[in-house]
Design a protein around this ligand. Structure first.
Ligand code: BDR
Ligand code: CA
Length: 316
């Protein structure tokens, strides 16, 4: 299996992403690192620990690490609206974790893992603000050549944002970090909001997961119902995007998505566009591509993939 580190801020779709990763035999999760995002750092650490315990098996033994509590260059900003519910998991109460976070900082731990493995061995899947990832590449520059690839959920290259008219949440939460990562030279895959919004999970799937009744399927279904409730109010559809799970799917089955190569960067100065992902799809800058950007997804295939993995691995 391909070794991955998952940098996340659970978050409902981060939770589903973790469920999917641990249900995928193609991946071996070396560790889960956390960063403030959907909720504050203490809460995402606690959520990650609870989720890993709930998953059980190897997940209960994978290290969970604390990362950065806010963006690198500016004042921390948490969402004004609790999209993911008060504690970040849609009000679903998971049993308290039986262990504490790994001691040590997420960023240093990632660097150690990369140095301990061979070049090109480890893929980083980032489903949160890119603060930890930028700090890794900045403080431990030797790790740039060791990473196989970074798969990022973030940005909205070809559509409006979800935090400002131009910017998606993860990139808006730490634009300087996102920019640093895009321009780092590390092989990059970007799964943006415009594509995750094409791959909706309908209420029927959330209901089917709850009906399954096993601990993980029930929790997944309940969390998805919370997200669908919110999504329905805004988008008039009884379904929701599961952004971060699509990034995991992109690591397991890149052929589920369509990709284009482009030079990309992140706007850090714009009055209305701070945090916007800019993709030079027509080569206007003349700069060589630094990322593969998702442009489409086989929504039905993703839906089937997610459901079969969740039910197959965790189902009653
Ligand atoms: C991203 O923002 C967060 O709220 C989600 O967990 C996802 O990573 C979507 O814009
Ligand atoms: Ca996330």
């Amino acid at each position: 299996p391909r070794r991955v580190m998952i940098d996340c801020d659970p978050g409902i779709d981060d939770a589903i992403a973790l469920f999917l990763a641990y249900a995928s035999p193609e991946l071996e999760v070396a560790g889960v690192t956390t960063v403030a995002g959907n909720v504050g750092l203490d809460q995402v650490v606690d959520n990650a620990l609870r989720l890993c315990d709930l998953i059980g098996g190897p997940a209960a033994a994978t290290p969970v690490l604390r990362g950065h509590a806010g963006p690198l260059a500016r004042v921390p900003r948490h969402p004004d609206e609790p999209v993911h519910g008060a504690y970040g998991l849609g009000g679903v109460e998971l049993p308290a974790a039986a262990r504490a976070a790994h001691t040590g900082h997420a960023v240093d731990w990632m660097a150690e893992q990369l140095r301990g493995a061979g070049p090109g061995e480890i893929t980083l899947i980032a489903t949160a603000p890119l603060t930890n990832v930028a700090a890794l590449l900045h403080t431990h520059p030797d790790t740039r050549g060791l990473l196989r690839e970074i798969v990022v959920m973030g940005g909205a290259a070809f559509a409006p944002g979800n935090t400002t008219p131009a910017a998606e949440f993860n990139f808006h939460a730490d634009p300087e970090a996102a920019r640093y990562v895009t321009e780092s030279g590390v092989p990059l895959r970007i799964v943006g909001l415009d594509v995750t919004r094409k791959a909706l999970t309908p209420l029927a799937d959330a209901d089917a997961l709850v009906a399954d009744g096993a601990p993980v399927t029930t929790a997944a279904g309940q969390m998805l119902r919370h997200l669908i409730d919110r999504y329905a109010r805004r988008h008039q559809v009884r379904a929701c995007a599961v952004h971060d799970a699509l990034a995991v799917a992109a690591a397991v089955r890149p052929e589920l998505l369509e990709w284009t190569e482009a030079w990309v960067t992140v706007e850090c100065a714009g009055e209305f566009t701070r945090g916007a992902l800019v993709a030079d799809v027509h080569g206007r800058t003349g700069l060589p591509p630094n990322a593969r950007v998702a442009t489409g997804v086989d929504a039905e295939a993703f839906r089937a993939f997610l459901m079969s993995r969740l039910r197959g691995h965790y189902g009653a």
